[in-house]
Design a binder for this molecule. Sequence first.
Ligand code: PEP
Ligand code: MG
Length: 590
Amino acid sequence: MTTLAGIATSRGLVSGPVFLYRGDGEIPVPEYVVEAGHEEEELRRFERAIVDTKRDLESLIAVLRERTGREDVRVFECHLMFLEDPTFEEAVKYSVTVDHINVEAAVKSFVSKMRAQFSRMNDEYFRERIRDFDDVERRLLRALTGFAQDPHRELKVPSIIVADDLTPSETVKLPRENVLGFATNGGSATSHVALLARAMAIPAVTGLVNVTSLVKPGMTVILDGSNGTITLNPDKQTCELLESALSHRKAAEAKADLGGAPAGTLREGGQVLLYANIHPGVAVSGLKEIGARGVGLYRSEYLWLNREREPTEDEQFEAYKEAVIEASKLSPKASITIRALDIGGDKTVKGISAKEANPFLGNRSIRYLLSNVDVFKTQLRAVLRASAFGKTYLMYPMVSCVEELNEAAVILAEVKRKLDEDNIPYDRNMPVGAMIEIPAAAINADAIAKRVDFFSIGTNDLIQYTMAADRSNEAVAHLYQPTNPAILYLMKRTIAAAHRHGIMVGVCGESAADPIIGVLWAALGIDMLSMSGTYIPVMAKLFRRLSRKDLDEYAALVNDMDGSCTAQDIFESCREWMERKIPDIDDLLI
Ligand code: PEP
Ligand code: MG
């Protein structure tokens, strides 16, 4: 039994078999030294992989023979010949027995030599064969490492998905009913895979070191998304502990009665609005029982992922309308905030996303919409049409300057005029807000506040851009510091500007769901916290135990500190304060 520690990304405790998933990226190839005496064992893996790969190819050839012409079949017959080639077998055997290189590395090295040899040939036909080497290599490596490729065909039982990393589009492709949890090498608590896992209430651990080489397909593992650990081959005693932790959690949840008060109610009166973050495909109706007052962030871009073409105005309208109607049932004054298309960075869309040297600083989000006015207008029309069915707010992502808001306002007015001409109903007063997630916007918050109806602070990106630390890169996760004095300065500046101009300010980044940080934002004056639904009951329990006076005391503690202290100093003081106020906080958090 081994326990690996990573980043606690999405809460929940599960156990199940491993499903090793390659996604659309490269198969990570393990490299290790084969110890003397283990060569035979290593070569047996090679033989088994050859047999399995040949079997797959033969059945593919049989299907193709029935359906298509000779050419297709011939390509795969060549792949079979490659696998049967004695030179190949000899080379791998030599590498394993003499150089003590593992089979995967030996296969890779042989194929790359062949590739180099063929790329030097003058004949186009032979150069084209390089692609065949790639294909055979991929098949063999899949057989050796056990990485699956087509989740819809291969993911048949509820499993824990283990992958090097997953893009948002790979994640949404997975059949939800068979996904128990995620464990990845890459990523962090604010990467988009993490956000998806949270929105889908799937436990996840990211930032693990080499988990893909340490597990085998089908191996039983326990994944603890709250502690950020994964235990491989758990023994009987650990499995029993898991059972007891699960029943303890059920009891704690039953105890978490808020006494009939809406989620976000403070002790002795007052409240912090708790809203949910969702994306198309997540049922809004389930949010009522966990206490969400409304939807604070609807990530519309997920309508674009994994499609061959852009969603039409009607397709968008239908999706938004359904979400608007369902969201309006969440509470008496419920609303839904639809965020305009936020693509770019790690959210790439086939056919739309241009190749850019620096996609995180590129033509993304509102910039993309302003440079693709037709796409923007289509979305605006669909959102406005949906606004006739319930309280709808619209917000623009990645606003960096007032010029963008001025331009967007002109386009929005034009779309409204056209809807009037067409006699199509919509909410003429639909509030329009700006996400504050670029440092320039936070610094210039006063000017921005004059042009919008609300702010929503995207701390996931605000921290990333302020600290220049990629939110998905575990190597710089230590710099991803919500309590860094620079972040606190920008938060306070934004909150003050919003309130000076009489507009609401919320936080929709994942930090809203962090018991220490989310409560800190509320203490500093944030009106609304929007988070993945599973975290709402936890935050509701915390706020029910705190009064407005407590929050003022918490804010004063931090106000006295920042500027001269490190992020860690501030965080530790916050933690101590919280533990003093709520000594049983650990019980509330499980
Ligand atoms: C954010 O940046 O905090 C945010 C909510 O937007 P996203 O995570 O979708 O980039
Ligand atoms: Mg963002």
